[in-house]
Write a new protein. Structure first.
Length: 119
């Protein structure tokens, strides 16, 4: 079992930055693909970013490309999401998730951290 705990959310003005952290416990995340998702009230959950296990290849949702950066520190069992040039439409509950490989479901989820961007 992998337990995930997000932190770093908060209230920020448009154009500002935040860095989210996802600390894992229970098992190492070095053999898991890690991702970030977000969900706003009344909207479906949206893919934000993902990073592979070892070589650190990344991919991003279209709405955050060029503004957000996902990274991982396997030694700290932590994944990060650096969010720059934030927009009001980035307001959401942000979740961290883990899966074994790209053919598996996202099996492990955190409780989420709220990000609110004011205009």
């Amino acid at each position: 079992q992998v337990q995930l705990a997000e932190s770093g959310g908060g209230l920020v003005q448009a154009g500002g930055s935040l860095r989210l952290s996802c600390a894992a416990s229970g098992r190492t995340i070095s053999n898991h693909l890690m991702g970030w998702f977000r969900q706003s009230p009344g909207k479906e959950r949206e893919f934000v970013a993902a990073i592979t296990r070892s070589n650190g290849n990344t991919n991003y949702g279209d709405s955050v490309k060029g503004r957000f950066t996902i990274s991982r520190d396997n030694a700290k069992n932590t994944v990060y999401l650096q969010m720059n040039s934030l927009k009001p439409e980035d307001t959401a509950l942000y979740f961290c998730a883990a899966r074994v490989d790209s053919y598996s479901d996202w099996r492990y989820w955190g409780q989420g951290t709220q990000v609110t961007v004011s205009s």
